[in-house]
Design a protein around this ligand. Structure first.
Ligand SMILES: NC(=O)c1ccc[n+]([C@@H]2O[C@H](COP(=O)([O-])OP(=O)(O)OC[C@H]3O[C@@H](n4cnc5c(N)ncnc54)[C@H](O)[C@@H]3O)[C@@H](O)[C@H]2O)c1
Length: 350
């Protein structure tokens, strides 16, 4: 909160807290909606900006009555002027099915979106946080990945619109910091899961849960020995908020994710067990550019932010499975789940 000093008629002064006005781009998406919720619970005024490409009104419906919450339908590839103190820049489709749907627009969202939000931050002197991704490491040759690893990225592959768009956004953030002294924060987010993930977008946790709940075959790409680490959404949001609240000298990039690794096969088995499913596990060929392994080194987040994830996989999965069971019971969302899943890619990162 900002503090202002007011001079009273008596000549005495009084310190007052000013409510922070915070812009969350991509605020109606999976992570954005949880972030809006968290910031409101901390007393902030929140402006949620979204073009609803992958976001949904359902995710933020419960916030619409809050007087401190405002929703703006807008595309970050176009400039916008708002009076705000902080920006969390989350706008970008995050799953391969969505970001490969219109790859040119994906790069535009990352690059033009970053330029527009950085320009806005510069104009109104706001602090700005970029939701970057572990995908900037590409198919890593270093394991686990530390922030000083420059990555191993294919610039011309079908995932490049996302990976390279996010890498360019990081470049822009650091150039605005060097050139314009902007207060920036860059978080490299690793695979996150939890309630409000898209049911049909091919992310591995939601795929497995839906397949298990519907009694369909659980599809594993490759032999299932490839590993991923999964961070529960509440932990992730905690990391982002801590990073934003950290001293201006802490700019990142900082890995935010859960370092505990699971193989795809282990994950599938835990989900089948927890959802009491009788689905079979089946194997399909691995997609192009799919990283074998990805695991964050979170030493920096631990040392600088005092942050580490605290939700165990089974605890997070319990809440996520309950969320999808709810969607299946609801006549308005049931169809969404029972549609046959699109060509599913087992994404390295959501
Ligand atoms: N979920 C993860 O595991 C993960 C991992 C790494 C990075 N991230 C990053 O975090 C951010 C949020 O991811 P998410 O999982 O919530 O994805 P999501 O797809 O649920 O949310 C993205 C939101 O951005 C909106 N959006 C997309 N293009 C836009 C545009 N041009 N203008 C305005 N809004 C736009 C979408 O409608 C959606 O609401 C993304 O930037 C993503 O790259 C997420």
């Amino acid at each position: 909160m900002n503090e202002i000093t007011i001079l009273k008629a008596s000549g005495k002064t009084k310190n007052m807290h000013l409510q922070q006005r915070i812009l969350v781009t991509g605020g109606s998406g999976f992570l954005g909606s949880h972030l809006c919720e968290r910031l409101l619970s901390q007393g902030a005024e929140v402006i949620c900006l979204d073009n609803f490409f992958t976001g949904s009104r359902r995710n933020i419906e419960h916030l619409l009555d809050n007087k401190r919450f405002e929703l703006i339908r807008h595309d970050v590839t176009f400039p916008i002027y708002l009076e705000i103190d902080q920006i969390y820049n989350l706008a970008c489709p995050a799953s391969p099915i969505h970001y490969q749907h219109d790859p040119v627009q994906t790069t535009k969202t990352s690059v033009h979106g970053a330029i527009n939000m950085l320009g806005l931050a510069k104009r109104v002197k706001a602090k700005i946080l970029q939701a970057s991704t572990s995908e900037v490491y590409g198919d890593p040759t270093v394991h686990p990945q530390t922030e000083d690893y420059w990555g191993h990225v294919n610039p011309i592959g079908s995932r490049s619109c996302y990976d390279e768009g996010k890498r360019c956004a990081e470049t822009l953030f650091f150039d605005y910091w060097r050139q314009h002294k902007l207060r920036i924060k860059v978080a490299r987010i690793f695979n996150t899961y939890g309630p409000r993930m898209h049911p049909n977008d091919g992310r591995v946790v939601s795929n497995f849960i839906i397949q298990a709940l519907l009694g369909r075959d659980v599809t594993i790409y490759g032999d299932g020995s490839q590993t991923r680490s999964f961070c529960y959404v509440d932990d992730l949001i905690d990391g982002l908020v801590r990073l934003m609240g950290s001293p201006d000298s802490i700019i990142g990039p900082i890995n935010i994710g859960n370092p505990v690794e699971f193989s795809m096969l282990e994950l599938a088995k835990v989900i089948l067990d927890m959802s009491h499913s009788r689905s079979r596990i089946v194997h399909r060929p691995l997609p192009q550019d799919d990283p074998r392994q990805r695991q964050p080194d979170i030493t920096k987040a631990q040392d600088l932010l005092g942050w580490e994830p605290s939700t165990a996989l089974r605890e997070g999965l319990r809440k996520t499975i309950a969320y999808f069971e709810g969607l299946l019971r609801d006549p308005h969302t049931k169809d969404l789940l029972s549609e046959s899943p699109q060509e599913m890619i087992q994404p390295s990162d959501a």
